[in-house]
Design a protein around this ligand. Structure first.
Ligand code: TYM
Length: 329
C-alpha cells in the first residue's frame, strides 16, 4: 500500500521544543519518504476561546514555523484546515457514529474541561470527531504525533472500522507513528506533567526563545535528588527528560551522553544542554524571520496546499455522501 502521512499543529502561540521534538522534527524527515499533508488546525484551536486577530496572525506564523523546521512545499502540502470545509462536513458525519462514552474517556477532554470548569464548549468534547475527519479524509496511513495524541488516533481507527462496517469499505485505518524517545517531553518545572503551551513560561522553551531565556530556563529546570547524569525514567525522571532533549539536540545516544558527563555534575550538563538547544534553534529562528517577512510567498504556499488537499477531500466526500445516502444522486 502507498503510504500517506497526515499531521497538524494548533495555531495557538509559538510551538515549543516538545512540539518540535515530538512532531515537527519527525515530519521534516518523513516528508522525504512519504506523500505528506501538514495542516494548520485552526478549527481545533477555537475549541478554547481565541482572540480572532491573534488567531489569524498565529495561522501565518505557524505556516512560517512549518517551513522553518524544514518542511518543503515541493514535497508536501501545507494548508489551513478551515480552508478545506470537507473537514467539518466529515467531522459531523463521523460524530453521528461516535459514542458519547468514547468521547468521555478522552484524557485531553478530561484534563482541559477540569481546568475550564463550567466554561467548556461542546466543540472541546467533540474535538476527536474533527481529528478523525482530518485523518480519514485523505486515506491517511501514518499519523506522526506525540504520545498525548495517541488516544485520539486510536479513536480515529475505531471510527474508520465502524464506518466501514456500517456503510461498506470507505476509509483506510491509519497507524499512529510515535517516537521511542521524545514522544512526551515533560515540563521543565515539573517532570510529572507534559510540556505544554498553556504552562508557566519557565515550564517550556518556545522555538523563538532567545539564547538568554533558554539558558535561564534550563539552569532553573527541576532536577532529581541524585547527582549523576544517568538515564532512568523511573528513578530520575527530571534528568532523563533533559537528557531526551539533549539527545534530540545533539544526535548523541543515552550511553554517549552518560559517558560525556561521568564525574561531572548537573550544572555542567545543564550548561551543555542550553548550548545544544540554542544551536538547534538558531537555524530555525533565522529561517523563521525570513519567512515571516514574506507573507506573499507564505500565501502562495498555503494556496497551493489548500488546492492539493481540496482535490483529495472533494473526491473522498463524494464517496462518503453516497455511502451514507446524503443529498441526491
Ligand atoms: P498540538 O497542537 O497540541 O501539538 C502538536 C504536536 O506536538 C505534539 N506534542 C508533544 N510531543 C512531545 N512532547 C510534548 N510535551 C508535546 N506536546 C505536544 C502533539 O502530540 C502533536 O503531535 N489535536 C492535535 C492536532 C491535530 C492532529 C490532527 C494531529 C488535529 N488534527 C490530525 C494529527 C492528525 C493537537 O492539538 O496537537
Amino acid at each position: 500500500m502507498k503510504e500517506l502521512l497526515f499531521s497538524g499543529v494548533q495555531p495557538t502561540n509559538v510551538p515549543h521544543i516538545g512540539n518540535y521534538i515530538g512532531a515537527l522534527k519527525q515530519w521534516a524527515e518523513l516528508q522525504h519518504k512519504h506523500r505528506s499533508l501538514f495542516c494548520i488546525v485552526d478549527l481545533h484551536a477555537i475549541t478554547v476561546p481565541q482572540d480572532p486577530k491573534k488567531l489569524r496572525q498565529n495561522i501565518l506564523d505557524t505556516a512560517a514555523v512549518y517551513l522553518a523546521v524544514g518542511l518543503d512545499p515541493k514535497r508536501c502540502a501545507i494548508y489551513v484546515q478551515s480552508e478545506v470545509p470537507e473537514h467539518v462536513e466529515l467531522s459531523w458525519i463521523l460524530g453521528t457514529i461516535m459514542k458519547i462514552s468514547e468521547l468521555e474517556r478522552m484524557t485531553q477532554f478530561k484534563d482541559k474541561s477540569k481546568k475550564r470548569g463550567e466554561n467548556v464548549g461542546v466543540g472541546l468534547f467533540t474535538y476527536p470527531a474533527l481529528m478523525a475527519a482530518d485523518i480519514l479524509l485523505y486515506d491517511t496511513t501514518l499519523v506522526p504525533v506525540g504520545e498525548d495524541q495517541m488516544q485520539h488516533v486510536e479513536l480515529a481507527r475505531t471510527i474508520a472500522r465502524r464506518f466501514n462496517s456500517n456503510f461498506g469499505d470507505t476509509f483506510t485505518v491509519p497507524q499512529p507513528l510515535i517516537q521511542k524517545v521524545g514522544a512526551r517531553i515533560m515540563a521543565l518545572d515539573d517532570p510529572k506533567v507534559k510540556m505544554s503551551k498553556s504552562g508557566a513560561p519557565v515550564s517550556f522553551i518556545s522555538l523563538t526563545d532567545e539564547p538568554d531565556a533558554i539558558l535561564k530556563k534550563i539552569m532553573r529546570a527541576v532536577t532529581d535528588s541524585g547527582k549523576d547524569v544517568v538515564y532512568d525514567t523511573v528513578k530520575q525522571p527530571a534528568i532523563s527528560n533533559l537528557m531526551t532533549i539533549y539527545h534530540h539536540a545533539t544526535g548523541k545516544n543515552m550511553k554517549e551522553i552518560e559517558n560525556e558527563f561521568t564525574g561531572k555534575g548537573y550544572g555542567d550538563f545543564k550548561a551543555a544542554l542550553a548550548d545544544a538547544i540554542i544551536a538547534m534553534l538558531a537555524p530555525i529562528q533565522t529561517k523563521l524571520n525570513e519567512y515571516k517577512k514574506d507573507p506573499t510567498e507564505l500565501g502562495r504556499i498555503l494556496d497551493a496546499g489548500r488546492d492539493a488537499a481540496s482535490k483529495l477531500a472533494g473526491e473522498k466526500m463524494k464517496i462518503v455522501r453516497e455511502r451514507v445516502g446524503l443529498g441526491r444522486s
